[in-house]
Write a protein that binds this ligand. Structure first.
Ligand SMILES: Nc1ncnc2c1ncn2[C@@H]1O[C@H](COP(=O)(O)OP(=O)(O)OP(=O)(O)O)[C@@H](O)[C@H]1O
Length: 485
């Protein structure tokens, strides 16, 4: 619970990006010794608010640090000097540098003779604290690490102390690429950090995480704070209601007949190291589960490639589309508009003669804007003008809007708000009933319940195949740690 004066206080802050009013008069105080949970729909203004705290850009309104309004502008440097750190949704590590070198990029104090060794020791010690048994070395090249490990390095780097203290750490969707085990390690560390007098702002669409880790919860909607209460006074249902989303019952009631195995398999694939074969039929939703980094994403990418070129050990009938989990490196075309990002895989259908028909592409983009709720005044805006969750929705629109018979989804709901998730689950079910096949890697147990059956991966092999009736969290965990027939 809060102790002492706020580290930072914002009063009536406002921020617009062109026609978009991202913040419309927000008050916020961050005290030592508390974890603030910040929730709200995609595009509600959460990241914008955090960017203000971190000094990325300025805004109208007042800002006080330790009770004092600063004379000059609040910049990244003043934020850092005051112990304000931020882990952004889109990771900011340099991929061609090592883990130790990336620690140095943020901590200029690590200079002089032997800096590399010191930087390496410091970041590994911090990783040990947050993620025991992390398996990351100081000399690892960041670009070679899977996304979960990159996220772990980024988080550890934010908590590392050199010349300036870490007083307020902002974590924007920090567990989006972490499996349940790593996420619980992080949340436990957050509790230790606030118990020692630090402050954490935790942004997450996983409401269970917010309710478990936060002392106080702030709900944002359309650039405003619409609710603020101690976490203990919220339940999952009341939190969803405060966000302005209608809470649907879990929609795991797909007609079993729709998921029955029809005809010959559409996909047959073996993992590189053998194990059971993955088989998927027309109209099936097949889950890929297990701890993160056990070969699930690799399997999806190999199947995606095999649909274009022959690949040993894999047969795929028809085309496939991929919804990337790592949108920064595999998904978004950063220089293109939202409309171009959505229509890129459907251009054959959008031609008139030899030219791309602009009216057809605009119509397709607008159709998806309303179907999946992409928040933008203009679909010709650059994709990077969208909030993180809205970028992810555009990737969904690209895959679902294509004519591919198989849709491969690599932990695709990263950063997507709870209301949209429910809409997308409905779309997936409807498309499967029309005969599409879905392969769905997810780290969220609740999402596996939408699958007809689930393959559990361990050490790059399939170690279990659970039908929907057999699916329980215990079974998935058991198979994740031990070989099961
Ligand atoms: N650089 C930018 N240029 C134009 N518009 C922007 C920019 N950054 C944010 N916006 C807009 O401001 C609004 C708030 O975005 P913000 O990223 O703060 O939302 P968010 O609550 O963090 O959403 P998410 O849950 O999807 O991450 C959105 O409508 C977004 O499109």
């Amino acid at each position: 619970m809060p102790v002492g004066a706020p580290i930072i206080r914002l009063e009536d802050v406002r921020k617009s990006f062109g026609a978009v009013r991202a913040l419309q008069g927000v008050d916020l105080a961050c005290h030592p010794g508390e974890c603030i949970g910040l929730v709200g729909h995609n595009g509600a203004g959460k990241s914008t608010l955090m960017n203000l705290l971190a000094g990325v850009f300025g805004a109208e309104g007042r800002m006080l640090i330790d009770g004092i309004e600063s004379a000059g502008p609040h910049t990244i440097a003043t934020a850092k000097a005051n112990g304000i750190r931020c882990v952004f949704q889109e990771l900011s590590l340099c991929p061609n540098l090592t883990v130790a070198e990336n620690a140095r990029v943020m901590h200029r104090a690590l200079s002089g003779f032997g800096w590399r060794g010191r930087a390496g020791r410091l970041i590994v010690e911090q990783l040990d604290q947050v993620f025991p048994n992390h398996g990351i070395g100081p000399g690892d090249i960041v670009g070679d690490l899977p996304i979960a490990r990159r996220q772990m390095v980024e988080i550890a780097r934010a908590f590392t102390v050199t010349d300036a203290p870490a007083r307020l750490v902002i974590l924007d969707e920090p567990t989006s690429s972490l499996d349940a085990h790593l996420a619980s390690q992080l949340l436990a560390y957050v509790r230790r950090f606030v118990a020692e007098g630090g402050c954490v702002v935790l942004i997450s669409h996983l409401l269970g995480e917010i309710l478990a880790a936060a002392d106080r919860v702030i709900v944002m909607k359309d650039g405003r704070v619409v609710a603020e209460r101690p976490a203990a006074e919220f339940t999952r249902t009341s939190l969803v209601a405060a966000m302005g989303t209608v809470a649907h019952e879990e929609a795991g009631t797909r007609d079993m007949a729709a998921g029955r195995r029809q005809g010959a398999p559409r996909i047959r694939a073996r993992a590189r190291t053998g194990g059971n074969e993955l088989v998927a039929h027309r109209g099936e939703i097949v889950g890929l589960a297990g701890l993160g980094g056990q070969g699930q994403s690799e399997m999806l990418i190999r199947i995606f490639d095999a649909a274009r070129h022959r690949a040993p050990g894999i047969t795929v009938e028809g085309g496939s589309a991929l919804v990337a989990g790592d949108r920064q490196t595999d998904g978004v075309f950063p220089l293109w508009s939202i409309a171009e990002n959505i229509t890129i895989t459907s251009l054959k259908r959008l031609r008139s003669g030899i030219l791309i028909d602009r009216d057809k592409t605009d119509a397709m983009a607008d159709d998806w804007r309303s179907r999946i709720g992409i928040r933008t005044p203009d679909m010709h805006n650059p994709i990077l003008s969208l909030s993180g969750g809205n970028q992810q929705k555009a990737l969904f629109a690209r895959a679902l809007g294509s004519t591919a018979e198989t849709v491969l989804m690599d932990d695709p709901m990263r950063g997507v708000d709870i209301g949209t998730k429910q809409e997308v689950y409905g779309m997936i079910r409807a498309e499967a009933e029309r005969g599409r096949t879905f392969l769905w890697y997810t780290t969220e147990m609740d999402e596996l319940k939408h699958c007809d059956h689930v393959y559990v991966f361990r050490d790059h092999r399939i170690v279990a195949d659970l039908t929907r009736g057999e699916l329980t969290e215990e079974r998935v965990l058991h198979a994740s740690f031990e070989d099961v027939a």
